[in-house]
Ligand binder design. Sequence first.
Ligand SMILES: NC(=O)c1ccc[n+]([C@@H]2O[C@H](COP(=O)([O-])OP(=O)(O)OC[C@H]3O[C@@H](n4cnc5c(N)ncnc54)[C@H](OP(=O)(O)O)[C@@H]3O)[C@@H](O)[C@H]2O)c1
Length: 275
Amino acid sequence: MSNKILVLGGTGKTGRRVVERLRGMKLPVVVGSRNTQPAFDWEDSTTWGEVLKDINKVYITFQPDLAIPSAVETIQAFVEAAKESGVQHLVLLAGRGEKEAQLCENIVINSGLDWTIVRASWFMQNFSEGFFLDSILANEMVLPKTNSKEPFINVDDIADVVVNALLDNIHSKKIYELTGPELLTFENAVSRIAGVKKQNITYQEVSIDEYVAMLRSYQLSEDFIWLVKYLFTELLDGRNESVTNDVEKVLGRKAKDFDNYVVETLETGIWNEKN
Ligand SMILES: NC(=O)c1ccc[n+]([C@@H]2O[C@H](COP(=O)([O-])OP(=O)(O)OC[C@H]3O[C@@H](n4cnc5c(N)ncnc54)[C@H](OP(=O)(O)O)[C@@H]3O)[C@@H](O)[C@H]2O)c1
């Protein structure tokens, strides 16, 4: 029987780290993305069969987010394709507190395969590998007003948990809620980065309508704008304002904190000034 592991979104924030860890253990890994050969595209199910050949386990990171209305149909079709292809274990990354994403989680849970659900809070790395990087580089952060604090998580911790889930069946039929160790506002997070960068980063809060208008002026896709609006208006309503100890439960060590993330990220040079 094959022991190949497919990592979807294997070049992304969590996927890349999962791939590195599995390869470091000399395990056979297939990276799935639109830029791999063969390519995997969530929007084109004809690409899935080739990538699923001889795969035993899959780490699923969906794009752009399991909360989008079309995700249920896509995940249903993907789980069917994976089962037909002989896959035995699915590990699904989901957003914490996303009721809509739970419809997709249920498809995985009811698949008849081994499964693990990993629900994550906002990634710390959004400030260094994601959507907020440009604002940090420009020393100017504009965000919609929120009253809620978020327990940002380091994606290294997510990758460590996912690797455990893929390799040890003790994690089958488990739902983990992964958070960092402390609650921070977005303003707190930005000011910690500014402190370590030794750079003033202005922080401005605007209404969600003003923010959406700003995103439209950058000609971002309507799907992306829908998602940002959902994340800031629905998800950041206080429902996720708590920390869990699931990272420690799985890894036997504490979750990494935000200050550690900031220091490590500064050392990579990713926040150096733009030329
Ligand atoms: N960011 C957060 O704070 C956060 C928090 C909780 C949960 N999540 C969840 O984590 C998942 C990943 O989100 P992310 O925004 O952080 O992205 P990401 O993992 O950093 O990167 C995107 C990855 O997906 C691939 N990809 C993009 N579009 C694709 C498509 N149409 N078909 C196949 N692969 C595609 C990319 O490769 P190519 O471009 O080469 O295709 C890349 O490997 C999402 O499901 C999100 O809901 C994110």
